[in-house]
Design a protein around this ligand. Structure first.
Ligand SMILES: [Mg+2]
Length: 170
């Protein structure tokens, strides 16, 4: 379903995504959004739980790269360098170009790639258009501003469809 907004899986946080699940799905490249997916936007350095999670993925043979629409490159490049992971900036999600560039850099195809993110209209739409596994998390820190609350409410029905489908799979 290339234009679908429905994610393949919804989780509370990135830590709920395990190497075992990705291996079961045949994923060897995990692409991820940064802001509100892995850390709050104000966070300048990756914390220890995030470092540990990335280390677990690497141990399981899963490559990891951040694909961000962020234009103020310094914070993101420093964050990624500190974390020891690759970075594809100016991704233009929901365009697929950032995801495709990241897959080309990593030498993987869509069948072995997943995209993790917190927003339907950018991260999940880009994932579905690119034909990769679409994995969604609730935003780090929750919805705080009015706009975030509105967005959260608009996303809820799509996440509910996904959770129902996940329930049927289980
Ligand atoms: Mg985000």
């Amino acid at each position: 379903m290339p234009f679908s907004l429905i994610p393949d899986r919804v989780m509370d946080c990135y830590g709920d995504l395990t190497p075992a699940y990705l291996q079961e799905k045949g994923v060897t490249l995990l692409l991820s959004d940064l802001d509100f997916t892995l850390a709050a936007k104000s966070t300048r350095r990756p914390d220890q739980p995030l470092r540990d999670w990335i280390a677990e993925l690497k141990e399981a043979g899963i490559d990891f790269m951040i694909v961000s629409n962020n234009r103020s490159g310094k914070r993101v490049t420093e964050f990624c360098a500190d974390l020891g992971v690759g970075y594809q900036g100016h991704a233009g999600k929901p365009s697929t170009r950032g995801l495709e560039a990241a897959m080309a850099k990593a030498g993987r195809d869509r069948a072995h790639t997943a995209m993790l993110g917190d927003k339907l209209l950018t991260d999940m739409l880009a994932a579905n258009r690119a034909g990769v596994l679409a994995l969604m998390v609730e935003p780090v820190g929750g919805a705080v501003t009015l706009w975030q609350k509105v967005l959260h409410a608009l996303q809820a029905p799509f996440k509910a469809v996904c959770r129902r489908r996940m329930g049927k799979e289980a």
